[in-house]
Structures are given as structure tokens and as C-alpha cells.
Design a protein around this ligand. Structure first.
Ligand code: GDP
Ligand code: MG
Length: 454
């Protein structure tokens, strides 16, 4: 049998390394997908170059065709870049207060984020204080106060200058001359005195990168020495992401990134752009205007989102399917050979189980709606039960289920905490599966269909 199996895979094994033609066809598609996701051009170039290099050194797989292999490399590489340092939690100070400073362009979502972070920290047992150090726009202080009130987090604001102006953009005399550095410094003193353990400093931004404001941000930074400087960037920003991220990286040397407005249409290309040009970790994602629309960043989800172009997802799905097909073929060989037993069935089940762990991941990708139903139908408990039953069988029973008579069934049911009828159902299903795979074994056998190439 072993000989026959290895013969079956021999022609696949002897292919050697992936070829340039194989790789370049797929890379072209990936390139299009990344540009569609609004990844900055220079990032697309360096990223695909890296994937190409890695793919060129890769051995041809037994289970995947070249296009699928390249897609797999892309997916891994993407998750790597996006995930650099992501497992690191927020950097808390040894001696409170922990100081978190927010930086970014105007409209990026800093003030909104201050409320979200404040709420999130409070919810996990901290005592945060929000600080209004954006004295550039007349309304900014009031906006932070509203945000703080909604999130139930106190706000420190400069004493004079803010008048109730009904929410309109009215220039309040004296406000723009207020000193944000002093506000920030005073807020730390207050936090120490009143025992706030985290201080979140909201700062001003401009529509474009601006040296005067960058200097102001640096002055605030140098005055309070933050534990974290979070660069907030709008996920919709697209091609400008690189320029902006570089400017803030050089300007304030931020320690982490927050991606905002991920609830919109943006495919999140900015995430890849920022992560690859700065190498800084993306810590959080902001997903709406409410103070609860906020989550820890997940690189794997982001990778799927960026690649969620119909074609590419299909490639990955087919890769998955074909892998299963290769497994099925192996099983089929065993069936025609009469040696397929319940142990092999268990292996198959565990293949299926992989689907279960993908359930939550796939479920959240917008384009996957059509598959959501199938995923819902997958019942983890059923698989648990089946596994328990098979585990209660002796090796001889697993190899040759025909010997499982009534008293053996009762013993197995007892041992696995199931009922005799559940054991019967499993044995029946096994028999059907074996028959089905026997049919498949006659169909599969030609080459695997290729796709995605030029
Ligand atoms: P700042 O200038 O950086 O302080 O930005 P703001 O916090 O004032 O946000 C600018 C606008 O974007 C406001 O209208 C916010 O409600 C909105 N906004 C902020 N974060 C998000 C988000 O994650 N999703 C959506 N849809 N809107 C957001
Ligand atoms: Mg603001």
C-alpha cells in the first residue's frame, strides 16, 4: 500500500521549486488586489517583491498548485507584516499615572478615540483622565468634554477660554493662545494628586502635515514623557498613508498605531502601508462613532479583509478544498484497499474540524455571507461526540467496525457517555462515508485542475 501511495504522489513531488511563470501570474493578481484595497503603491511594490523572492525558493507542494501556494505565502507574509509586535499590550507605567498621548491629522479620530480608550480602560478597572490639549480648534475642548461625559470619564480642560457656544465653531478669544504644553503638564500633576492611573492626552492636528503642529506635539511629548504615543490614522486615507505615517514617525516617533474608521468601506490597505513603512505595531482598531466601537487589532482578520477580493478569496478557498481532496484521495486509496478504518475516519473529522476554527474568522468577512449558512450548520458538539465514540473503541474495532456487535455497542456507548443509538448512527454514517469515498476514488485520479495562472 505504501508503495502505491508514494507512486501516486511521485509526479507531484518531482516538480522541484516553484517556477517564475507560475509565481508571476499570481503575483499580478495579488498586486491588483492590494491596489484595490488602497495599499500605497510603493508598499505594494516592496511587498510583492518580498513574496516573489520567498515563493521562488519554495518547494512545490504536494497538495496545492503553484497559484495556491503563492496565495498562501501572501497570506502569511501579510499577517506577519500586520502582526509585528501586536501581541504586546499597552505599555503601562511602573509608577502611575500611565501617560498616553494621541497624535494624528485633524479628523483622524483622536478625540473620539480618547473617549473609547477611556471607556475601555475604565471598564478594565483603571481610573483614566482625558486631557484637552487641542487648543487649536475652538470646539475641540467642548468636543472632548462631550465625549468624556458620554463615556463616563472625567476630562481635564484649560480653565479659561471655553465658553458654551452651542456647539458651533465660534472662535473663543484667548483660546488659541492657550498653552497646550502647560495643560498637559498640569494634567499630570492633577492625576498624581487625585490618583488617576492613566492620562490620555488629546492633541491638535491639521488637515495636512504641518511643522508648527508637529513641533507642538513634540513639545507636549517632551514635557510629559508619555509611555505610549499613539498615532491615529483614518483607514480611508489610502495612498496618503505612507506620507502621513512617515511624517509622524519622524515628527513624534510614535510607539503604536490605531486604525480608525474601519467600519467604513475601506478595505484597510492603510494598515499594510503604515505597518510596512514604520514597522510599528498596530494596537487597536476603531470601528464607529460610538465609544464602544473599539477593539484590539487582529492581524489575521485584517489580512483577510485586505485580500477579500472575490478572486483571491476563491483562490484560498480552493486551496483549502484541494488540500482536502488530496486527503480524500489518500483515504480513497485505503478504501479500495479495504484498509480504511475508523481511525482514518477520525483523521477526516479532524480535517473538517479545521472548518470550525475558521468559522468566526470567515463569518466576519463581508463577502462571505453566502457561506455563512454552511458555517452555522457545522456543529462542534457533534464532532466532539463522534470523537468520543471512536476513542472508546479498541484498535481492532476501529480497523474493522464489522465486528462491533450489540454488546460492544453498549460498552462503547457507556465508555463515551453516549447512547447505543448514537453509536449506531455513527457506524451507519461511517459506512455511508466509506461508500461515498469509494465512489470518489473512481472519479479523482486525473490531474488537479489548475487556475490563476497567466
Ligand atoms: P480628531 O480631529 O482626530 O480629533 O477626529 P475626531 O475624533 O473629531 O473625529 C472626526 C470625525 O470622524 C468625527 O465625526 C467622528 O465622529 C468620526 N469618527 C471617528 N472615529 C470614527 C470611526 O471609527 N468610525 C466612524 N465611522 N467615524 C469615526
Ligand atoms: Mg480632535
Amino acid at each position: 500500500l505504501t508503495d502505491r501511495l508514494s507512486n501516486a504522489f511521485k509526479h507531484l513531488k518531482s516538480k522541484g521549486k516553484l517556477s517564475e511563470t507560475d509565481i508571476d501570474g499570481t503575483i499580478r493578481e495579488i498586486r491588483r488586489a492590494l491596489l484595490d484595497a488602497d495599499v500605497a503603491l510603493e508598499v505594494v511594490r516592496s511587498f510583492t517583491a518580498r513574496v516573489r523572492e520567498r515563493a521562488l525558493g519554495t518547494e512545490v507542494s504536494q497538495a496545492l498548485n503553484p497559484a495556491q501556494q503563492v496565495v498562501k505565502i501572501v497570506d502569511e507574509e501579510l499577517t506577519d507584516v500586520l502582526g509585528a509586535g501586536v501581541d504586546r499590550p499597552l505599555n503601562f507605567a511602573k509608577n502611575p499615572p500611565t501617560i498616553i498621548m494621541l497624535a494624528g491629522l485633524q479628523g483622524a479620530g483622536k478625540t473620539t478615540l480618547a473617549g473609547k480608550l477611556g471607556y475601555w480602560l475604565k471598564d478594565s478597572g483603571h481610573t483614566p483622565l482625558l486631557v484637552a490639549a487641542d487648543l487649536q480648534r475652538p470646539n475641540a475642548v467642548t468636543q472632548l468634554q462631550v465625549v468624556g461625559e458620554r463615556a463616563g470619564v472625567p476630562v481635564y480642560a484649560p480653565e479659561k477660554g471655553v465658553q458654551s457656544d452651542g456647539g458651533d465653531d465660534v472662535t473663543v478669544p484667548g483660546l488659541t493662545t492657550g498653552d497646550p504644553v502647560k495643560v498637559a503638564r498640569d494634567s499630570i500633576a492633577l492625576a498624581k494628586q487625585k490618583l488617576y492611573d492613566t492620562v490620555i492626552i488629546d492633541t491638535a492636528g491639521r488637515l495636512g502635515v504641518d511643522e508648527e503642529l508637529m513641533q507642538q506635539a513634540r513639545d507636549i511629548r517632551d514635557a510629559v514623557q508619555p509611555n505610549e504615543i499613539l498615532f491615529v490614522i483614518d483607514a480611508m486615507i489610502g495612498q496618503d498613508a505612507v506620507k502621513t505615517a512617515k511624517a509622524f514617525d519622524e515628527g513624534v516617533d510614535f510607539t503604536g498605531v490605531v486604525l480608525s474608521k474601519l467600519d467604513g468601506d475601506a478595505r484597510g490597505g492603510a494598515a499594510l502601508s503604515v505597518a510596512s513603512v514604520t514597522g510599528k505595531p498596530i494596537l487597536f482598531a476603531s470601528t464607529g462613532e460610538g465609544f464602544k466601537d473599539f477593539e484590539v487589532f487582529h492581524p489575521d482578520r485584517m489580512a483577510s479583509r485586505i485580500l477579500d477580493m472575490g478572486d483571491i478569496m476563491t483562490l484560498i478557498e480552493q486551496a483549502q478544498k484541494q488540500f482536502d481532496e488530496a486527503e480524500a484521495r489518500k483515504a480513497a486509496e485505503k478504501i479500495s484497499d479495504g484498509s480504511f478504518g475508523l481511525d482514518d475516519f477520525l483523521d477526516q473529522l479532524q480535517q473538517v474540524r479545521k472548518l470550525g476554527s475558521m468559522k468566526s474568522l470567515l463569518g466576519m468577512i463581508p463577502g462571505m455571507a453566502a457561506h455563512r449558512k454552511e458555517l452555522e450548520m457545522f456543529d462542534e458538539r457533534e464532532v466532539d461526540r463522534t470523537e468520543a465514540i471512536i476513542h472508546s473503541m479498541t484498535p481492532a474495532e476501529r480497523r474493522n467496525p464489522k465486528i462491533i456487535d450489540g454488546s460492544r455497542r453498549a460498552r462503547i456507548a457507556y465508555g463515551s457517555g453516549t447512547t447505543v443509538s448514537q453509536v449506531n448512527a455513527l457506524l451507519q454514517r461511517f459506512e455511508q462515508a466509506a461508500k461515498m469515498m469509494k465512489r470518489m476514488s473512481n472519479k479523482v485520479g486525473g490531474g488537479m485542475p489548475g487556475f490563476g495562472g497567466p
